[in-house]
Ligand binder design. Structure first.
Ligand code: PBG
Ligand code: ZN
Length: 360
């Protein structure tokens, strides 16, 4: 199909919109666009050899697509495997520099940092401490491997005694008080040299608030990777174990999205785009591929998807049991996220994939 025909087949596209990825069902295509049928048409012709298959492949997977999550902890010389996330580690700042070099060597463009603070408190003030683990980590990585993109997850659940993503008032998370603290945290990350801040708490107005805070202090260059559509998901289990961030009362349904909703995701993304997000993210990825596809269709910003801890842990566990071919399942899974429309995948598999793709 040439471009004009495919536009017609896909129902055209309005300016600024990405054309639909999947064609309309055959019966809705104009007759001229219908493929001839068997025996003239034999789709298997293009599947005969690896070269033919490569030529007609529609989706690619490369190291370029990935952001790798890193967990920074206090101390020196610490490299402790995380029980709920086999193959992932708690790393102290000094160990992180070496890790960052390896990540860059593998061709992965960037990382996202999560911090395990020295001590937690009611509001999570370690999150904006100039000498906090994450702030020191940013500086260390930027010194060791300046070419690596450094983003920081900006949230409070790892930093608060109650494990919620913001300031608790009368048993609820106070949106606007949380924004103030979020501004402080984002500024401290930008000051330390972060390329992107990634607010993940699903507070209303967070992107606009951060954009303004950053600009006021002269950090116009610091970008915002917005966790735009983040669902209240059970797939975060292994992560919460890794950073000890499970809420001590209630759950996150008062701020994270209801898994049943997709139109609401579009509204959430639209708000973040309007408020100045540079990249919008859907999270989790696998149970929400329809959301990724919908966001891809509706917006022309780069779209990211977070292949979360539970998704990673399931493959690891099944592989350990000998029930799946780990490498093939991993590649197929990540390809599905790309096929749904994600430009960027945040994934604990990033290093394994980069290694694997480098060998082929
Ligand atoms: C913090 C945050 C979470 C994740 C990323 N940032 C946990 C949560 O919202 O409870 C989950 C990441 C994963 O499961 O891999 N708000
Ligand atoms: Zn949080």
């Amino acid at each position: 199909m040439d471009a004009k025909l495919s536009q017609a087949a896909f129902g055209g596209s309005s300016p600024g919109m990405v054309p639909l990825r999947s064609p309309l069902p055959l019966r809705q295509c104009p007759p001229s666009l219908r493929a001839m049928s068997f025996p003239e048409t034999r789709p298997r012709r293009l599947r005969r050899t690896p070269a033919l298959r490569r030529l007609v492949r529609e989706t690619t997977l490369t190291a370029d697509n990935f952001i790798y999550p890193l967990f920074v902890c206090p101390g020196k010389g610490v490299k402790r495997e995380i029980a709920s996330l086999p193959g992932q580690f708690h790393l102290s700042v000094d160990e992180l520099a070496r890790e960052a070099e390896e990540i860059a060597r593998l061709g992965i463009p960037g990382v996202i940092l999560f911090g395990l603070p020295e001590k937690k408190d009611e509001v999570g003030s370690e999150a904006w401490h100039a000498e906090g683990v994450v702030q020191r980590a940013i500086r260390a990585i930027k010194k060791a491997t300046p070419q690596l993109m450094v983003s920081v997850d900006a949230c409070f659940c790892e930093y608060t005694t109650h494990g919620h993503c913001g300031v608790v008032m009368n048993g609820e998370i106070d949106n606007d008080a949380t924004l103030e603290n979020l501004g402080r945290a984002a500024l401290s990350y930008a000051r330390a040299g972060a390329d992107l801040v990634a607010p993940s708490g699903m507070m209303d107005g967070y992107v606009g608030f951060l954009r303004e805070s950053l600009d006021e202090e002269g950090f116009e260059q610091a970008g915002i990777l917005a966790y735009a559509a983040k669902y209240a998901s059970a797939y975060y289990g292994p992560f919460r174990e890794a950073v000890d961030s499970a809420p001590s009362f209630g759950d996150r349904s008062g701020y994270q999205m209801d898994p049943a909703n997709v139109r609401e995701a579009i509204r959430e993304v639209a708000l973040d785009v309007e408020e100045g997000a540079d990249i919008v993210m859907v999270k989790p990825a696998l149970a929400y591929l329809d959301v990724v596809a919908e966001v891809r269709r509706e917006f022309d910003l780069p779209v990211a998807a977070y292949n979360v801890s539970g998704e990673y842990a399931m493959l690891k566990a099944a592989a350990e049991k000998g029930w799946i071919d780990y490498e093939r399942t991993m590649l197929e899974t990540l390809l599905s996220i790309r096929r749904a429309g994600a430009d960027i995948i945040v994934s604990y598999h990033a290093k394994e994939v980069a290694r694997l793709l480098g060998k082929r």
